[in-house]
Design a protein. Structure first.
Length: 123
């Protein structure tokens, strides 16, 4: 194995599961742009853990719901959802929308991103 390949393997093995998924996604992105030759015929299956089953308490605030959903879905990259979630929170604060409805929407966003992650990971 060439030294640069060994360096990449060492870096990869030092990452947590989320980091490995990100590195693979970036490598696939580069390969799709034609700069990296495609050497792997099939996409490896990455096991995505199931969400934690944390019950939604009565009278939950939006901030508490975001914290609960972050704990429920620790495998998700929260930065990917930042735009959608911050828009919902801002709308709630500025327009005084029903917090239960906003929390329902937040749960849907997290659930959708989880489904997308599972689909991308092949499992």
């Amino acid at each position: 194995m060439k030294p640069v390949q060994q360096q990449l393997v060492d870096l990869f093995t030092g990452l947590d599961e989320e980091g490995r998924s990100s590195l693979l996604a970036f490598a696939e992105f580069l390969a799709s742009r034609g700069r990296v030759p495609r050497v792997i015929a099939s996409k490896p299956v990455v096991t995505v853990p199931a969400p934690e089953n944390i019950a939604r308490p009565d009278g939950e605030s939006i901030v508490a719901a975001l914290k609960r959903l972050s704990k429920t879905y620790p495998m998700l990259d929260k930065s990917e959802m930042l735009s959608a979630t911050s828009d919902m929170v801002a709308t709630h604060v500025m327009q005084g929308s029903d917090p239960v409805g906003v929390i329902d929407q937040l749960e849907a966003v997290f659930s959708k991103h989880y489904s997308d992650l599972k689909a991308r990971s092949g499992g």
